[in-house]
Design a protein around this ligand. Sequence first.
Ligand code: IPM
Ligand code: MN
Length: 335
Amino acid sequence: MSEVYQVAVLPGDGIGPEVMVEARKVLDRISEKFSLTFQFTEKLVGGAALDDCGHPLPEDTVKACEAADAILFGSVGGPKWETLPADLQPERGALLPLRKHFGLFANLRPAICFPALTHASPVKEERIAGGFDVLCVRELTGGLYFGQPKCIETRDGEEVAIDTMVYSRSEIVRIARVAFLAAQKRGGRLTSIDKANVLQNGILWRRTVEEVAKEFPDVTLSHLYVDNAAMQLIARPRDFDVVLAENLFGDILTDEASQIAGSMGMLASASVGDGTGVYEPIHGSAHDITGKGLANPMASVLSAALLLDISFGMKQESLDVINAVDAVLKAGFRT
Ligand code: IPM
Ligand code: MN
């Protein structure tokens, strides 16, 4: 019997379950077409898990993910759980620990404007016509998201909030290598984002990325301060090839990149590193449109394409999914 590919499926909350249904259909079609066997194990995560057993990332879900070859994730969170203690909230209690648990330090977010959708971008058509195609490489397990101390405490009779931005050299080296390798396979250009004019983190980031650049003489490296990058992405989107950023800057810039590409509903992501990869749309749970048949499943479908490519090495299968999305858009189908 041929190999069975194990996929843990975590639909989550809001529109997560409905977009996941569509991604599953696409994977089923791929398995028929290429005679492959995917075995799906569906588990609760986020608010759905909280409601079921009192924890947003149950042990049972983690075990299923550990046993899988790849994890397909929907979305988590929603108004119902927003006022819970921080570590019980779906985002902080499920998504971030999942990333940390599997050591998924590299988040790859391809922002591509499909030709049929150039008019949907808020950026003038002539600025993206002929191709907006950027790969954002976001550091995912460090920086302000995880640095300690992280708390709200009382100082001099007043509440103060503390988040710590901390990066070690080795953390920067490993994410920079991911970005350089990706640039080598694409257009050979890498833009590294930092705030070296203000943050100590920026100084170490820039210096380290420059050192790593020596391993990749065929890649042209440039640096932008994050505020300037936010502007340049809109002003000259086609000039970017691979963008490298730390966790929070990458979070912000990828929302911007998704909008340039037409809509947040279309951007997929792959979180990879030491353990099992997680593939998920960059959009959230969108409770305002949940259950109305309005959610765009594209990001989820494209996340499945990334899963095929990166975790299973199925290049052609992955390309088929991307081409199918392109064909559906060209045929005029919209949500
Ligand atoms: C994302 C999301 C998450 C993040 C949230 C939901 C914690 O915005 O994947 O971009 O900030 O990383
Ligand atoms: Mn985000």
